[in-house]
Design a protein. Structure first.
Ligand SMILES: NC(=O)c1ccc[n+]([C@@H]2O[C@H](COP(=O)([O-])OP(=O)(O)OC[C@H]3O[C@@H](n4cnc5c(N)ncnc54)[C@H](OP(=O)(O)O)[C@@H]3O)[C@@H](O)[C@H]2O)c1
Length: 352
């Protein structure tokens, strides 16, 4: 590495990924923001965000080709230079095709990236292999630890879901992933989705080490407890929690100076009311809402890591404070007694 000794990562507590040898830090970095999700970020800001996160001991970063159409992976690759021991996941299911008409960073699919590529779904054998190889090159690494099948499911594909699922199952996408894992090119295979149903469908077809479940096990929603998490426990599949703030509202709360976002849209009134009830309990116990949102999913034994989207080194610093905030057991009991969390949800242990 050009004469520089690699920085050996000091790491937050790690948890195992399924039955693999891989361990991820229980707090990870969701890097969609580094692909300029909703707002542009400079290369320097992206680099500072990664440096801040790695220096704090965050040892796991999640990317995707889709995030800024290659931008996120390029930036993460730069940030990894000279560091060892950071676990990296990226995704398959979309290829990036040249888009010569792109001339600036006008918003496309939510991203403000000027890279002249456009995403095209492809869950076939060749599509998965090509996506993996392209990710290796954008990241500038010889090996990627985990690959998730990105956004398979009805929420993304609507009436075309059966066709896409067919392509993944019978068109060789799953076979390609199993081959990469069997050859030792990757350690873990998973899916990265915002919905529960497709997780159950795919667990019947594939040996998944991990599910990246975004927005569906948070302080606002815990239906995953009913069937999905017990099934994961039975099969030895870990869960990584994406979108722990449900894309914004559990970080910002219902303050009047921001438009609260829930699931990537303006939050509906019933969600705002529910967050206000959470905020009342937070005020009573002097607990920041985002601290509770971050720590809640980590109490579930199936959860390997929680990966908030972090846009800037200040947000990294704030996140570390939320992660370390001491929350009394009575706070969680109060949420439960007010039916604000599922009665079966494991509650975080009080820190001493
Ligand atoms: N299908 C999939 O595989 C999938 C889907 C969704 C997410 N994910 C993964 O999960 C990660 C996180 O998801 P997400 O970014 O969608 O949602 P999220 O973590 O629930 O929310 C991120 C938003 O919260 C706000 N935020 C974060 N920290 C904050 C702080 N300290 N103070 C104030 N606001 C703060 C930021 O808003 P501002 O931008 O306004 O600062 C940010 O955009 C993604 O990066 C990705 O890695 C995967």
């Amino acid at each position: 590495m050009l004469g520089f000794p690699a920085v050996i990562q000091t790491c937050l507590p790690r948890r195992a990924v399924g039955r693999t040898r891989l361990q991820v830090s229980e707090l990870g970095l969701g890097a969609a923001s580094l692909g300029n999700l909703y707002r542009p970020m400079s290369d320097a800001e992206a680099h500072e965000t990664l440096d801040a996160a790695f220096n704090e001991g965050i040892g796991y970063v999640d990317c995707a080709p889709y995030y800024g159409f290659g931008l996120c992976e390029q930036r993460v690759g730069e940030g990894l230079k000279g560091r060892e021991g950071i676990v990296v996941s990226t995704k398959v299911g979309r290829l990036l095709e040249p888009a010569p008409g792109v001339v600036d960073d006008s918003e496309r699919f939510g991203f403000r990236s000027a890279l002249p590529f456009t995403p095209v779904f492809d869950y076939s054998y060749d599509g998965v292999m090509k996506s993996w190889e392209s990710s290796l090159q954008r990241l500038g690494v010889a090996r990627i630890d985990m690959l998730y099948v990105h956004d398979i499911g009805r929420m993304t594909h609507g009436y075309r879901h059966p066709e896409r699922l067919q392509q993944l199952i019978h068109g060789g996408g799953l076979r390609a992933l199993a081959k990469l894992r069997a050859e030792g090119q990757i350690d873990a295979v998973g899916i990265g989705v915002n919905e529960v149903q497709v997780c159950l469908e795919l667990m019947e077809e594939a040996d998944l080490d991990v599910i990246l479940l975004a927005g569906r096990y948070t302080l606002l929603e815990q239906k995953a407890l009913d069937v999905l998490f017990p099934e994961c426990a039975r099969r030895g599949t870990s869960v990584v929690i994406g979108g722990p703030y449900n894309s914004g509202i559990l970080a910002t709360g219902t303050r009047s100076d921001v438009v609260p976002r829930f699931n990537y849209e303006v939050a509906a009134t019933d969600i705002v009311f529910r967050v206000r009830r959470l905020e009342r309990v937070c005020r009573e116990f002097n607990v920041p809402l985002p601290a509770a949102a971050l720590q809640f999913p980590l109490a579930h034994p199936q959860v390997a890591s929680v990966i908030p989207g972090l846009g800037g080194s200040e947000q990294v610093a704030q996140t570390m404070t939320y992660y370390r905030t001491r929350i009394p057991a009575e706070f969680w009991q109060e949420l439960r007694s007010q039916n604000l969390i599922h009665e079966a949800a494991p509650l975080p242990a009080a820190q001493t």
